[in-house]
Write a protein that binds this ligand. Structure first.
Ligand SMILES: Cn1c(O)c(C(=O)NCC(=O)O)c(=O)c2ccccc21
Ligand SMILES: [Mn+2]
Length: 245
């Protein structure tokens, strides 16, 4: 036990993030999924939401793929998710940048606090830009998938939801996670100021069920140092585009 203490990064329990990091480590280790509610608090959450709404109105989001289910008519073709990538340094993204740095702090400290400075055997040393996504409603959804099925380096998916008064019974838009090795599913409502973490690999296939109101989220993917280095090495060898930014 003593050398275990030596290895693990001792964080001062009075540190504001101490409780949250303990919670993240425990849930990620036990379930591979972690939900934190009231992550920023209402005021800060609203400031982030307003920045996203302004961005959305400015038209910088992609048009979103046209998704038509087989045999559907033109009218049934719906627009799927619309996204834009930001690094948070853009003007008008001050509060989004503060959100990102809070998530960075928690992930990096939790990683250090976990035994031997590893959380789930990953050493986290970087992340993608932030992907801001909007499902325009009208049944827009995202089919069941794994974020990182082939070791592109991404180990943790972090999603921040921005949807005030979201009622799954009326608006759908549920995130359903199908954790590997169990028939249990995890249904996560995309409610305002909710932060979600889950392992990005094959342990967590998930889908976004059809949404009937506009559904906003901000996603960050954190890299494992070794897996990312390997992925980039292979990418250089084969000259194939490595996924995600
Ligand atoms: C828009 N959108 C996504 O919403 C999810 C995803 O899994 N979202 C889960 C959620 O919003 O609850 C994705 O994983 C995703 C991956 C690439 C491009 C866009 C993407
Ligand atoms: Mn996903």
């Amino acid at each position: 036990p003593f050398n275990h203490m030596l290895n693990s990064y001792y964080m001062d329990p009075s540190d504001p993030f101490y409780e949250i990091c303990q919670r993240v480590i425990r849930d990620m280790t036990q379930y591979g999924v972690c939900v934190l509610n009231n992550f920023l608090g209402k005021d800060q959450g609203l400031l982030v939401l307003n920045e996203v709404l302004k961005m959305y109105r400015s038209g910088i989001f992609t048009a979103g793929q046209l998704v038509s289910s087989p045999g559907s008519t033109e009218a049934q073709t719906i627009r799927s998710d619309r996204i834009t990538w930001i690094d948070g340094k853009e003007p008008q993204c001050f509060h989004i940048r503060q959100l990102i740095s809070k998530v960075d702090n928690i992930i990096l400290r939790a990683n250090k606090m976990a035994n031997n400075g590893k959380m789930g055997d990953f050493v986290i040393n970087g992340r993608t830009k932030a992907m801001v996504a909007c499902y325009p409603g009208l049944g827009s959804h995202y089919v069941k998938h794994v974020d990182n099925p082939n070791k592109d380096g991404r180990c943790i998916t972090a999603i921040y939801y921005l949807n005030l008064d979201w009622d799954v019974k009326r608006y759908g838009g549920l995130l359903r996670v199908f954790p590997e090795g169990t028939n249990q599913v995890a249904d996560i409502a995309p409610i305002f100021d909710r932060m979600l973490f889950f392992w990005s690999d094959r342990r967590n296939p998930h889908e976004v069920q059809p949404a009937y109101s506009t559904r906003y989220a901000i996603t960050l993917w954190y890299f494992d140092a070794h897996e990312r280095e390997e992925a980039l090495r292979k990418y250089k060898e084969r000259g194939q585009p490595s996924s995600s930014k």
